[in-house]
Write a protein that binds this ligand. Structure first.
Ligand SMILES: NC(=O)c1ccc[n+]([C@@H]2O[C@H](COP(=O)([O-])OP(=O)(O)OC[C@H]3O[C@@H](n4cnc5c(N)ncnc54)[C@H](OP(=O)(O)O)[C@@H]3O)[C@@H](O)[C@H]2O)c1
Length: 241
């Protein structure tokens, strides 16, 4: 059955992969991000009439309201947006970095869900994206982990508050996407591989692998209040020799 899906953050990485998969399953998919060129590139890559897109900054409540008014009634909301970076020790932490990261992740996630409520189907779904950092205790993850833990906790609370709408989250491990572009080019491959070295499967994940989990949460009409890890076993503390 064709349904209408909105993916805020759908112009890149995990969101774009989710758009691609949900389109192949016969849905109409609206993607949104802030950057016009990125949006155009994504729509060109998707290259089907059922893929629609608009520029939206999800920290802007007026823009969110106008966007959802234009989309009209819809069935599923997926939020895959974030600020990048956010790795710092407490000693080096600045208030502006703390604000930048929470304003880049928790705040737009919650504003997006709130803005969607007027037009999101009563028995539709919301899927948010946290991160495995929420479960880890490594030095330097304070800001990143706290923003993602907040999103994951929010998903469970919203599952209770917005019922019968379903609300879930995925919790990805290290996924090779443009999110890592904040790492200097020369160090990027090594950094991504290094960050994935503690996984049981021994490699970074692919955006398509997280998209597969998102599609499951969108489609499974009896799953709600779940935070689904898609992390190659990063939580298991496996030390590869
Ligand atoms: N990649 C990883 O290793 C990893 C690991 C764990 C969790 N995650 C999580 O997975 C989600 C997707 O990340 P990704 O790796 O796919 O990152 P990505 O490739 O950088 O994509 C992020 C998307 O969000 C959009 N975006 C950012 N801020 C926005 C805003 N205020 N309003 C609207 N759109 C906004 C970006 O477009 P514009 O910049 O044009 O706005 C882009 O489309 C994020 O929540 C991230 O925290 C990623």
């Amino acid at each position: 059955m064709s349904e209408r899906v909105v993916i805020l953050g759908g112009t890149s990485g995990i969101g774009l992969a989710a758009a691609e998969l949900l389109l192949t399953r016969g849905n109409e998919v609206w993607i949104a991000g802030r950057d016009e060129e990125r949006l155009e590139r994504a729509l060109k890559a998707l290259d089907v009439p059922a893929a629609k897109g608009r520029t939206v900054d999800a920290t802007d409540e007026e823009r969110l309201a106008a966007f959802f008014a234009e989309v009209g009634p819809f069935d599923h909301l997926v939020v895959t947006l974030t600020a990048n970076g956010g790795v710092t020790s407490l000693a080096d932490l600045t208030a502006s970095e703390l604000r930048r990261h929470h304003e880049g992740k928790l705040i737009p996630h919650l504003l997006a869900v709130k803005a969607a409520l007027g037009t999101l189907r009563e028995d539709g779904s919301v899927t948010l994206v946290g991160a495995i950092s929420s479960q880890l205790s490594a030095a330097g993850l304070l800001v990143l982990a706290s923003a993602n833990a907040a999103v994951e906790t929010a998903s469970r609370i919203l599952a209770a508050e917005l019922a019968p709408r379903r609300v879930n989250a995925v919790s990805p491990g290290v996924i090779d996407t443009p999110w890592w572009d904040w790492v200097p080019e020369a160090a990027r491959t090594e950094t991504v591989a290094g960050a994935a070295a503690g996984t049981a499967v021994g490699r970074p994940g692919r955006p398509e692998e997280v998209a597969h989990a998102i599609a499951f949460l969108v489609e499974n009409t009896y799953t709600t209040g779940v935070v689904l890890p898609v992390d190659g076993g990063a939580r298991l503390g496996v030390q590869r020799g």
